[in-house]
Design a protein around this ligand. Sequence first.
Ligand code: OAD
Length: 236
Amino acid sequence: MARKKIAVLTGAGVSAESGIGTFRDNGGLWDRYDPQVVASIQGWYQDRKLLLDFYNMRRAQLRDVRPNAAHRAIAALEEDYDVTVITQNVDNLHERAGSSRIIHLHGELTKVRPEYGVYDETFSEAEVIDIGFEPVHLGDKAPNGSQLRPHIVWFGEAVPKIEKAVEVVSGADILLIVGTSLSVYPAAGLYRYAAPGAPIYIIDPQDVPLHDSRITHIRAVATEGMDRFRELLKNS
Ligand code: OAD
């Protein structure tokens, strides 16, 4: 029998127990920084050095954190299911926990690409460079001579992987959503593509803004929520 497909949509909450703060909780990153300044394409054009430093800081922080039991539990689902992780996170904790199929909707901290690529408005995957946890500075150039920029999807930019994500969600037997406030589109609208009969599980310690009869809200932090999700799967 074909293995059931699970699409897992994650946000900052799945990495919170690893020590990476979320964006919109009290004391979150957007309490301390203005996303229009540090996470928008306009911000980049206004002050490239500020943005390079901001992402250098976050990249360096990533070196010192580890995947938590929730990342590992998501990876372990692959023992019994065909799993694709769609993450809004720019960390690499799903990779480091062992998940093998991951769509990074908002880019990746450990990668950079030329500011101006082969196409004006977008880029080719072939131009993306893995730099690990190293910093990038003003004046660091890509092979094509253009300034290197973080491989991050900023506000005001397209989300090139959204079509692939829609395909994965619509083809899934089960949709699991972990640790996202579902406030940033297009990611926030992905659940609408779940197949009519597909159950949707949401793990989040806070209220969930969605109303859909298919939704089961597991009100817990990600690690505990994943244990409960496994139990529900066993009994379903
Ligand atoms: P948010 O900070 O908006 O939401 C985090 C969610 O995680 C909230 O619903 C919290 O209740 C929940 N949460 C907190 N601690 C948790 C825990 N230990 N376990 C499980 N859930 C927990 O983060 P995102 O929804 O990921 O984009 O934010 C979406 C996008 O907004 C980000 O990718 C980023 C940001 O601006 C860009 O920068 C483009």
